[in-house]
Ligand binder design. Structure first.
Ligand code: ADP
Length: 450
């Protein structure tokens, strides 16, 4: 086993990895910016090292700073968490060249899946169903218009390098195409340094269903079912659940096998998520994330596995600790993302936490780096905690979520907790009857968002 792992991240996900390391008897190294000297991950790790000023570009995203931290502390491997450098192929290539183990897939797989056009081509060739649209990139407005006509409106123009909901524009009709095409290109270029775009049919009533896969890098892979992440605001997930309310065991086994076979075929190593839109019983691939997802705990809850531990094991060359036959769905889990944001506009609400109390009890997991007196710095993502509940079935999980939200205290700042209290009162949420557009529509009618 590794003696020491460096965690190139902060916040709740850094704690998540530190906890796995500690249970495995591996020492952990936290890295932090000057704004995070008092952060929980710094306190909880065995060692901590400052890697730069508050700006993420100069700290959590600084490859030289992170590699130096590895050298100084003697860490043999890096866990990237999610976000930051987790899907940066150039970074992983440097680690590969310097014999530092990256706890995640190879730089080649990250590169393939990081470019959505190449990812789609690859998945199509592996037998994964995709959204109808352009064959590869679209280089001119004329071509975009031709494809729009061919596929049928509405269509969505997507930046091949896009992520986090950026670089996607819907064209309802041919009249919108010019602006959608130009805006998606401009966003791709300014946010990701790549103006290339492609076009897909815009599905009007899909659910977002993603399949968790896991590979050993040697041709074996399994799937751990699906998560339904349809509740989104501005293409960002807000609440996730597993199993998906609209997916039955047979459908799960069918799409799960397609995904597991696809990643086994390319000798994929570690955790990955294959994202689909699901409409009228059909799956349409949209992208693959080559890392641990924010919402991985709902999968851990229903399968009773530790995905981070598993990532560390296979990174070191050990076989996976479970086979497909070992993996059985047990009950229902729901996660809500608690952000330091003020409703109704979701404006960032950093500041000092005057009182924090985490909920507890049977089937409740709170992944958060908050503590009494902690000051949330304004420089990073607004996610401050994930509340995950597990019950024997969906109604039990919903009741448990409501009970746990009632116990949670986060004073001193504004959070998105009131949103979840309100959502739990909705019949559609209680029955699991929602698509990817449900929340935007609800926010418009209830909070006047538009
Ligand atoms: P990102 O990398 O920015 O997360 P994705 O390709 O994963 O982008 O898409 C994010 C979300 O955007 C999806 O969950 C879905 O809500 C919406 N979306 C993407 N492609 C389509 C499509 N073809 N039709 C309808 N909605 C889409």
């Amino acid at each position: 086993m590794f003696d020491k792992i460096l965690i190139a991240n902060r916040g709740e996900i850094a704690l998540r990895v530190i906890r796995a390391c500690r249970e495995m008897g591996i020492r952990s190294v936290a890295v932090h910016s000057t704004a995070d000297s008092d952060a929980m991950h710094v306190r909880m790790a065995d060692e901590a090292i400052c890697i730069g000023p508050p700006s993420a570009t100069d700290s959590y995203l600084s490859v030289p700073a992170i590699i130096s931290a590895c050298e100084i502390t003697g860490a043999q491997a890096i866990h990237p968490g999610y976000g930051f450098l987790s899907e940066n192929a150039a970074f992983v290539q440097i680690l590969e060249d310097h014999d530092i183990t990256f706890i995640g897939p190879t730089s080649e797989h990250i590169r393939i899946m990081g470019d959505k056009i190449t990812a789609k081509d690859t998945m199509k060739a592996l037998g994964v169903p995709c959204v109808p649209g352009s064959d590869g990139g679209v280089d001119s407005l004329e071509e975009a218009l031709r494809i729009g006509k061919e596929v049928g409106y509405p269509v969505i123009v997507k930046a091949t390098a896009g992520g986090g909901g950026k670089g996607m524009k819907v064209a309802q009709t041919a009249d919108d195409m010019k602006s959608a095409y130009q805006t998606a290109r401009a966003e791709g270029k300014s946010n990701f340094g790549n103006p290339d775009v492609y076009i897909e049919k815009y599905l009007t009533t899909p659910r977002h269903i993603e399949i968790q896969v896991f590979g050993d890098g040697k041709g074996k892979a399994v799937h751990l079912g699906e998560r339904d992440c349809s509740l989104q605001r501005r293409h960002q997930k807000v609440l996730e659940e597993a199993p998906g309310p609209a997916i039955d065991a047979e459908t799960r086994a069918r799409i799960g096998k397609i995904c597991a076979d696809a990643v086994a075929n390319i000798n994929y190593i570690g955790a990955g998520t294959i994202e689909f839109l699901y409409e009228n019983g059909d799956f349409y691939f949209i992208e693959m994330n080559t890392r641990l997802q924010v919402e991985h705990p709902v999968t851990e809850a229903i399968f009773g596995v530790d995905l981070v531990r598993e990532q560390i094991r296979v990174a070191e060359g050990y076989p996976m600790s479970f086979t497909q036959d070992d993996l059985e769905v047990n009950g229902h889990a729901i996660e809500v993302r608690i952000n330091a944001e003020r409703l109704p506009n979701f404006a960032p609400s950093p500041g000092r936490i005057t009182q924090y109390h985490a909920p507890g009890g049977l089937g409740v997991r709170m992944d958060s780096a908050l503590y009494d007196g902690y000051s949330i710095p304004p420089f990073y993502d607004s996610l401050i905690g994930k509340l995950i509940v597990h019950g024997r079935d969906r109604p039990e999980a919903l009741a448990r979520l409501s009970r746990a939200l009632g116990e949670l205290i986060v004073d001193g700042i504004h959070t998105t907790v009131p949103l979840f209290d309100a959502l739990l009162a909705e019949p559609d949420i209680q029955s699991g009857n929602y698509t990817i557009h449900w929340l935007e529509h609800w926010l418009e009618t209830h909070l006047g968002e538009g």
